[in-house]
Design a protein around this ligand. Structure first.
Ligand code: NAD
Length: 561
C-alpha cells in the first residue's frame, strides 16, 4: 500500500518505494563527485527540523575568501509519514520550518537554486559520502506527571538509532558532530560505545571521531544570526576530534566576531548547555512566588522588575508570563537530573532547585484559569459556558512555535472547567498540540491526558481575524506579547466584543492608563503579578461615585431654583 506524507499546507507526497533508494543514491554520488572536484567538503545534516534545516543552510551558505561555497550539504531526513514532506520542500528551495526571520527563506532558496550547495535526501546511504555529519535529531524528555519532572525519562531512541545508522554507513575518518541537546555524558558514554561497537563489526579499528557542540538558536526574527553569528562551545572526544570540530565550526560559523570556547571533554560542553537552560528556567521560576505575592499585596511586579533592572548586575531579571514553554527550557534540566542516575549511576538526590524550577514553570499557567474564573465571577458571570478568547498560542512573542506553550494549559484547564475557548494568533497556522491532540507531541504524551473533557478541543481553530474572534466574548486573555496586542485600545476591544468583558493580562501588556480605561468601560481586569489593579479599580469607583454625587447635588440645587 502506498504511504503519504502531508505538509502543513496540505500538499501530499508519496513516500519513496524500495526502488527509489538505489536511484537516489546514484543521484547523490554523481552530485558529490562534481562537488568534490570543486574542492568542497561534503556535510550531511541528519534531521532537518527546526534547527537542522537552518543549520544545513548556514553551512551551505559558507564561502571562501573568493565567494565560492566551501561545503556541499545534504540534509538527511528519515522518510516517515510525519516528516518526509520536508525533503521535497527543501529540494525546491522552500524552508520546511515556519520562520519569522526574513533571512531564512532567501538563504535556503539561494543555497538550493543558485549556489547549488544544498540538497535534501531520504536515504541513509548519503552518510557514506560525508566528511562531516552534523546530528540535529531530537532527544526528548518524557514527563509522566504534570508538575513533577522527576517522574519521567530521557527518550534517546531517535538519537541512539541515528548514531547506530551513522556508524554503519560513514567513512572511519568522518567527523560526527552532535548538536542535539543531550543528557550530560551522552557523547562519551552512549554515542561512543554504540558507534565503536558498529565500527568493530565493520572491521574498523580506529575510534569514531565524535564531538559535541550545542545550538543556542532562538526562534524569531534573528533565527539565522542565532546560529551563525553567535558564540559556540565545543569539545571533541579526543585530540583529532577536537581539532576537526574546531576547524569545521571556524569555517561555517562567524567565530571571528563570536569566538569559540573549546572545552576539554564533551561532557563539559553537554553540561554547559543544560546548566545554561536550567539557569534561565530557575530565574523565571523564582519569580512565580513573587508574582503571587504581588497579586495579593497590591504590588505591580512589572514595575518592580523595571526598577530592579536599572541595576546593571540585575539587568537580566525577566517576568515569567504564563508558564515557560518552547522545546528546550521545559526539558533540558530534566535531561541533566536524569543523567545523574541513569548515565552516571548515582543514587543520591543532589538536585533540588533544577527540578523544582521546571515543576513551577510547568504549572504556572494554571493560575491564569483561576484569575479568569475570579474576574468573571466579579462580573456575575459563571465561567462554565462563558466564551473566552485567548490572544496568543505560541510560547513567546512574535514567533509561531507552540511547543509546550503556557497557552496550551490555559486552554486545557478552562475547557475542563466548562468554558468555551477561542484562540487568535497571527503567527500560528496550525496549533498541532490542540488540533491533533492525540498525536502531538506524540501519541502517548499529549498534555490532554492530564485534563478531562478535552475532546471538543480538536475542533478549535486558530482565528486570524481579531474582530471576529472578539465578537461576543465574555473574557479575553492576553497570553503572549505579540506586537499585534501591545497597542490594542480598550475602547476598540470593548467595541469589538460588543460590551464589557473580563480582561486577563498575563504578560504586563496593559499599562495603567489602559487598565483604568477598561474599568471605566465596565470591564473587570486581572493580571499575573499585577496586584495594583485593585487600586485602579477603587480609584475609578470613587471617581464615579464622586461624579454621581456631584450630579445629584447639581440636580438638587436645580430643583430648588
Ligand atoms: N528548537 C529550538 O529552539 C532549539 C534551540 C536550541 C537547541 N535545540 C536542540 O536541537 C535539537 C533538535 O531540535 P529541533 O527543534 O530541530 O527538533 P525537531 O523535532 O524539529 O527536529 C528533529 C528532526 O530529526 C528528524 N529525525 C529523527 N530521527 C531521525 C533519523 N533517525 N534520521 C534522520 N532524521 C531523524 C526528525 O524527523 C525531525 O525532523 C534538540 O536537541 C533541541 O533540544 C533546539
Amino acid at each position: 500500500m502506498k504511504q503519504y506524507s502531508i505538509s502543513p499546507d496540505g500538499e501530499k507526497f508519496q513516500l519513496p518505494d524500495p526502488d527509489d533508494y538505489t536511484k537516489e543514491f546514484k543521484r547523490l554520488k554523481n552530485k558529490v563527485r562534481d562537488q568534490r572536484k570543486q574542492g568542497r567538503e561534503i556535510v550531511v545534516v541528519m534531521g532537518v527540523g527546526f534547527v537542522g534545516a537552518v543549520m544545513a543552510a548556514v553551512v551551505a551558505d559558507s564561502e571562501d575568501e573568493n565567494g565560492n561555497p566551501l561545503k556541499f550539504v545534504i540534509g538527511m531526513q528519515r522518510p516517515s509519514p510525519r516528516s518526509y514532506w520536508k525533503i521535497p520542500l527543501l529540494n525546491r528551495g522552500v524552508p520546511p520550518v515556519q520562520a519569522e526571520d526574513p533571512e531564512v527563506e532567501p538563504m535556503i532558496r539561494r543555497c538550493v537554486k543558485e549556489k547549488k550547495s544544498l540538497i535534501a535526501t531520504f536515504t541513509y546511504d548519503a552518510l557514506k559520502l560525508a566528511d562531516v555529519v552534523v546530528v540535529d535529531v531530537q532527544c526528548d524528555y518524557l514527563k509522566e506527571s504534570l508538575g513533577n519532572v522527576r517522574n519521567g525519562q530521557a527518550d534517546m531512541n531517535a538519537l541512539e538509532e541515528s548514531l547506530e545508522i551513522i556508524a554503519e554507513h560513514i567513512a572511519p575518518d568522518a567527523l560526527v558532530l552532535i548538536e542535539t541537546t543531550v543528557a550530560p555524558g551522552t557523547t562519551e558514554q552512549v554515542a561512543y560505545p554504540i558507534m565503536r561497537k558498529v565500527f568493530r563489526k565493520r572491521g574498523i579499528e580506529t575510534d569514531p571521531l565524535l564531538a559535541h557542540s550545542y545550538e543556542r538558536v532562538m526562534p524569531g526574527k534573528h533565527y539565522v544570526a542565532s546560529i551563525r553569528d553567535f558564540w559556540r562551545v565545543c569539545s571533541g572526544i579526543n585530540e583529532e576530534a577536537t581539532r576537526r570540530v574546531k576547524k569545521f565550526l571556524e569555517e561555517v560559523i562567524n567565530t571571528k566576531e563570536y569566538p569559540l570556547t573549546v572545552l576539554n571533554r564533551p561532557i563539559e560542553s553537554e553540561t554547559a548547555k543544560i546548566v545554561e537552560n536550567s539557569y534561565r528556567a530557575t530565574i523565571l521560576a523564582f519569580l512565580d512566588e513573587w508574582s503571587l505575592f504581588a497579586e495579593r499585596n497590591g504590588v505591580d511586579l512589572i514595575k518592580v522588575l523595571e526598577a530592579i533592572r536599572v541595576r546593571p548586575t540585575h539587568s537580566n531579571i525577566i517576568f515569567p508570563g504564563p508558564g515557560i514553554g518552547g522545546y528546550c527550557l521545559p526539558k533540558d534540566g530534566g535531561l541533566g537530573v536524569w543523567s545523574y542516575r541513569h548515565i552516571h549511576g548515582f543514587e543520591d538526590n543532589i538536585f533540588k532547585i533544577t527540578p523544582l524550577a521546571i515543576d513551577i514553570n510547568d504549572t504556572r499557567s494554571l493560575h491564569v484559569a483561576q484569575l479568569t474564573r475570579d474576574a468573571l465571577r466579579n462580573m456575575s458571570r459563571p465561567l462554565a459556558a462563558a466564551e473566552i478568547l485567548l490572544l496568543g498560542a505560541s510560547y513567546r512573542e512574535d514567533v509561531g512555535d507552540t511547543r509546550y506553550s503556557g497557552s496550551e494549559l490555559i486552554v486545557r484547564r478552562l475547557t475542563e472547567m466548562g468554558a468555551e475557548l477561542r484562540v487568535h494568533d497571527p503567527y500560528v497556522q496550525h496549533w498541532w498540540e490542540i488540533a491533533k491532540q492525540d498525536e502531538y507531541p506524540s501519541t502517548t504524551h499529549s498534555l490532554k491526558r492530564f485534563f478531562r473533557n478535552q475532546d471538543k478541543l480538536s475542533d478549535l481553530h486558530v482565528e486570524k481575524d481579531l474582530k471576529k474572534a472578539l465578537n461576543g466574548t465574555d473574557a479575553v486573555i492576553f497570553a503572549v506579547r505579540h506586537k499585534h496586542y501591545l497597542d490594542l485600545d480598550p475602547d476598540d476591544v470593548v467595541g469589538m466584543a460588543g460590551g464589557p468583558l473580563a480582561i486577563i493580562d498575563c504578560f504586563g501588556i496593559i499599562d495603567d492608563a489602559k487598565i483604568k480605561r477598561y474599568f471605566e468601560l465596565g470591564c473587570e481586569v486581572k493580571g499575573l503579578g499585577r496586584g495594583h489593579v485593585k487600586r485602579i479599580k477603587d480609584q475609578v469607583r470613587s471617581e464615579r461615585e464622586g461624579m454621581l454625587l456631584a450630579q445629584s447635588a447639581g440636580h438638587g440645587s436645580g430643583g430648588a431654583a
